[in-house]
Write a protein that binds this ligand. Structure first.
Ligand code: HEM
Length: 441
């Protein structure tokens, strides 16, 4: 293996994988979440156990974990906590796994590498966010809805033309968000399929302790996304179009333009965040509804419920299960002192089923009045920039899917992705059944 992948994998994931395998054997919950196949299929009993261990508790390796709704929300909103693990006291192995730039200052910039918005803090973060947020305001997204509806129906027309069993993830759940974000950013139609393949491969970049084949796949995906974007940015610099990326290249914040690495990180994050998450939301919603005919019937009977179907799915099956921070200064959460430099895992999916906020939290209920209080879009300064867009496209997409295919049925066992931080289905075999009509009445 002369390309350096193996030594880089050993440093970034292999050693950590070994440590976590031992941890999992000893029953340590964080490690089991990463490795135990039973917990991959159903992590929720482990999350309930974590909540019982305390609002914030300390693992045997010295890192903290926030588990309950109030403590997760407090960590995300507390300025003492920062992103960017490199400056934390996290175990050396964990830092190596998560902070690519410690190992290689390469041209590859992943979603968790600076200068991605997810990996930088204010004031740098504030500047990047200001440049892109206007595209995603509620008003801007409302203006996109007609186009999203047209995209949804084009995709469903193609689905209607398919005979026999189809994989709904491939034919609908992934195609919709990738088309929507690619349209916004101005990514040409002919590379969208490639983006899907690269994005699927790169999805594991948020996990720690990857196996060598998983690591190779992640690197392949990220390298391809990066190379394509570099070329595309160069083209748009010479010959700008009327798309968001061309405008971003020209945009100035306080007199400074984004450099190539910043442009790459921002565009790459929007693309990746734009479809690697929403695909999981759509797939989970379809499976949850097909498994629960009473809930599906309720949504069909009262279409105003579709917005809450989206919220309850986000609460029940968080597409991003966890995130992390470190304490830049000493602080306190849920009465517990957190020393400066501490690393803390923030369990979004555990918070979403906290009985202190969600009555009967382990039950999927599309009429739940406070479903929207979930923390699946995070909170505080890194609150998901695409939340409005994800909500709109999912509501429009799900309503149209079940309206046009009233007999849609599972035709096999849905298969989960292997990723642990991102949770969702990689395949949902269905029989679309006869379709009703082109547009909702
Ligand atoms: C169901 C769909 C989605 C989910 C569950 C989701 C979830 C999240 C979460 C949890 C974070 C914050 C992570 C943290 O605090 O460490 C985040 C940030 C972000 N999301 Fe989303 N996201 C979704 C869709 C989207 C879409 C459609 C876009 C854009 C096109 C997007 C763009 C972003 C960006 C740019 C950030 C970084 C914001 C910042 O650091 O200031 N997301 N998302």
């Amino acid at each position: 293996m002369s390309d350096g992948t193996f030594p880089s994998w050993v440093l970034r994931h292999g050693l950590m994988r070994g440590a976590m395998t031992l941890g999992a054997r000893r029953g340590e919950l964080q490690s089991r979440l990463m490795f135990d196949p039973e917990l991959r299929a159903d992590p929720y009993p482990a999350y309930a156990q974590m909540r019982r261990l305390g609002a914030v508790y300390r693992t045997p390796v010295g890192a903290f974990v926030a588990t309950q709704h109030a403590s997760v929300s407090a960590v995300l909103r507390d300025d003492a906590f920062r992103v960017g693990i490199a400056e934390s006291d996290a175990p050396w192995l964990l830092k190596r796994s998560l902070a690519r730039n410690l190992v290689e200052g390469a041209r590859i910039v992943g979603p968790m590498d600076p200068p991605s918005m997810l990996a930088v803090n204010p004031p740098r973060h504030t500047g990047y966010r200001r440049l892109v947020q206007k595209v995603f305001t509620p008003r801007a997204v409302a203006g996109l809805e007609k186009g999203i509806e047209a995209t949804v129906h084009e995709i469903l027309d193609r689905l209607a033309a398919r005979a026999g069993v189809v994989d709904l993830v491939e034919e609908f759940c992934s195609t919709l968000p990738v088309t929507v974000i690619a349209d916004i950013l101005g990514v040409p139609a002919d590379v969208r399929k490639d983006f899907l393949a690269w994005g699927n491969a790169a999805g594991g970049s948020l996990d720690v302790g990857l196996s060598l084949p998983e690591y190779r796949a992640v690197e392949w995906g990220l390298r391809n996304i990066n190379e394509w974007l570099y070329g595309h940015i160069e083209t748009l610099r010479r010959d700008p179009g009327d798309d968001f990326l061309s405008r971003l290249i020209q945009a100035e914040d306080g007199g400074a333009r984004l450099n190539d690495t910043e442009l790459l990180a921002t565009a790459g994050l929007l693309l990746a965040a734009g479809f690697e998450t929403t695909v999981n939301l759509l797939g989970s919603a379809v499976v949850l509804l097909l498994d629960r005919p009473d809930q599906l019937a309720a949504a069909k009977a009262d279409p105003t419920l579709w917005a809450n179907v989206v919220e309850e799915t986000l609460r029940f099956e968080a597409p991003v299960q966890r995130t992390a921070r470190y304490a830049a200064q000493e602080t306190e959460v849920a009465g517990r002192r957190i020393p400066a430099g501490s690393f803390i895992t923030v369990q979004l999916a555990a918070a979403n089923r906290d009985e202190a906020v969600f009555e009967d939290g382990e039950r999927f209920d599309i009429t739940r009045p406070n479903a929207r209080e979930h923390l699946s879009f995070s909170a505080g300064v890194h609150y998901c920039l695409g939340a409005n867009l994800a909500r709109s496209e999912s509501r429009i997409g799900l309503q149209a899917l079940f309206d046009r295919f009233p007999d849609l049925a599972l035709a096999g066992r849905p298969r989960l992705r292997r990723t642990r931080t991102l949770r969702g289905y990689r395949a949902v075999p269905v029989l679309p059944g006869p379709q009703r009509r082109r547009f909702a009445a």
